[in-house]
Design a protein around this ligand. Structure first.
Ligand code: NAI
Length: 497
């Protein structure tokens, strides 16, 4: 059997970096080199401040870096040396030409394929790790075939990555499954066996499944489409809950206990974000349209439409509750990453909520524990978000302290489910806010504190729940509230002196 001793991974991003760090840590006998055209990113991987945040990642990198894990910009040498090349470059939605706004842009994949065939000699396994449309492997193979040279033998496999940001290390160490797709002929099977052996260093055989190449490529798109669909489904129910008095958390619990449905991924929110869900569903829609499967395309498009509706709906609710105007009002937005435990803001719902509020003239004070000021300003200044980037620096302040962000604010809007937001001193926050002081919980992180928060004096608006019994606004007095009293279930009667 062909044994893989050296791996090159092209693309040192959210997938390439963590995946190869875990492979290096689990396979000390394999040399793993992660390469990228982005020198700053490679320098960061070689420094104390890694370019991405993932719980547990730094420890792994530090334990392997310089031993069998390397980060480099010398792409050609790493490809030449490798027995296996992972292609982990970005496949963003096209922003130009045919398929603009929907199809995946494969120009980075193609650049890799051309580079690989140019510098390679002998036998090599080339593996798509990036998420690609079905039959992308075919395009890679055609580029190889058209540029082949004597003794060159490049085998193409599909090995999509299923990690989720925020839990990447755990997902890689204990994957639900590893999927490898390849040719059904003996050459394809030999390549599959070699890649399988790498994973068998730490993954149980039963969890490594092999399919033909097209099934593997489509499985990744389908998996993301199903996950996104679940979020849109529960979000659609959250709208119904707000209109009727049902509580989406209760509904989610009730339906999730049905084993056929299951309880995971049933959390109503301000909508899904991240670099993958929208891109991959749009890619699926585009594929269906191209194959004349109009009804299938429409079905999946609705998942995206519902997500956009949920973001708009939440922003409208904020404006509505703030007496139909947010112009000139300070609003504290807590959380900018698309989910907790990551610093990634790609397609984060916070960007869109911010956009809607900025369009109405709100002054935003944004706090996120892991996202830099530069990143927030960059995201909000994109042409798709604002036509006047100069307005962003006028309307947006990025705070490094959540209490500072809330000072003098009319409302506090939670957009990311960071655990720390459950532990803030809300009494202190309330005292410094404008009254009435509103909390808009777009992630249901404060559910357990509702009674306490209402007792402080907050008006709470939460996704998927109609707040029917609002406590009439009374200014805070220390006797009306004991934040830490677990027995406090009802507002205490005010003492008459
Ligand atoms: P990323 O944008 O973080 O990283 C991609 C890297 O590839 C960048 O650093 C870029 O400079 C580099 N690159 C692009 N072209 C290159 C070239 N020709 N030569 C060398 N380097 C090049 O992207 P991310 O998030 O790592 O995603 C990569 C792929 O994995 C995408 O297809 C994505 O859909 C998929 N994926 C992403 C997941 C995620 O959670 N981010 C999860 C599962 C799959």
């Amino acid at each position: 059997m062909f044994q893989i001793k050296k791996i090159c991974c092209i693309g040192a991003g959210y997938v390439g970096g963590p995946t190869c760090s875990v492979i290096a840590s689990k396979c000390p006998d394999i040399k793993v080199t992660v390469v990228d055209v982005n020198e700053a990113r490679i320098n960061a991987w070689n420094s104390d401040t890694l370019p991405i945040y993932e719980p547990g990642l730094k420890e792994i990198v530090l334990s392997c870096r310089g031993k069998n894990l390397f980060f480099s910009t010398d792409i050609d040498t790493a490809i030449k040396e490798a027995d296996l090349v992972f292609i982990s470059v970005n496949t963003p939605t096209k922003t130009y030409g045919m398929g603009k706004g929907r199809a995946a842009d494969l120009k980075f994949i193609e650049a890799c394929a051309r580079r690989i065939v140019e510098v390679s000699e002998g036998y090599k396994i080339v593996t798509e790790k990036s998420t690609v449309p079905v039959r992308a492997a075919e395009s890679i193979r055609r580029i190889f075939d058209a540029n082949t040279k004597p003794k060159l033998n490049l085998q193409v496999l599909s090995n999509p990555e299923f990690l989720a940001e925020g839990t990447a290390v755990k997902d890689l160490q204990e994957p639900d499954r590893v999927l490898i797709g390849g040719d059904e002929g003996p050459e394809g099977q030999r390549a599959i066996a070699a890649l399988r052996e790498v994973y068998e260093h730490w993954v149980d055989k039963s969890r490594i499944i092999t399919t033909n190449t097209w099934s593997s490529e489509l499985s990744k798109l389908a998996a993301n489409a199903f996950l996104a669909q679940r979020i849109s489904s529960i979000n659609s129910i959250s709208a119904l809950c707000e209109a009727t008095g049902a509580d989406v958390e209760e509904v989610a619990k009730a339906i999730g206990m049905d084993q056929r449905i299951g309880s995971k991924f049933l959390k109503a929110s301000v909508g899904f974000g991240g670099s993958c869900f929208q891109k991959d569903v749009l890619n699926l829609v585009y594929l269906c349209e191209a194959l004349n499967l109009t009804e299938v395309a429409k079905y999946w498009q609705q998942v995206i439409d519902m997500n956009e509706y949920q973001r708009r709906r939440f922003a409208c609710r904020i404006i509505d509750c703030l007496f139909n105007t947010v112009s000139g009002k300070k609003i504290a937005l807590l959380g900018f990453a698309f989910k907790k435990d990551t610093g990634d803001t790609r397609e984060s719902s916070s960007i869109y909520i911010s956009k809607y509020l900025m369009d109405e003239g709100a002054e935003l004070h944004i706090y996120d524990p892991k996202v830099s000021k530069e990143q927030i300003m960059l995201d909000l200044s994109q042409p798709s978000i604002t036509e006047r980037p100069e307005k962003v620096s006028e309307l947006v302040t990025v705070s490094s302290d959540p209490y500072e962000a809330c000072t003098n604010a009319h409302a506090l809007v939670i957009c990311t489910e960071w655990d720390m937001f459950k532990k803030l001193d809300y009494l202190k926050i309330y005292q410094k806010m404008q009254k009435p002081a509103f909390i808009f919980d777009g992630r249901r992180v404060l559910d357990d504190l509702h009674m306490q928060l209402q007792n402080i004096g907050f008006q709470i608006e939460t996704i998927g729940k109609k707040v029917t019994t609002r406590i009439p606004f009374t200014p805070f007095t220390p006797t009306t509230f004991l934040l830490k009293d677990p027995l406090l279930r009802k507002p205490k009667a005010q003492k008459k002196d």
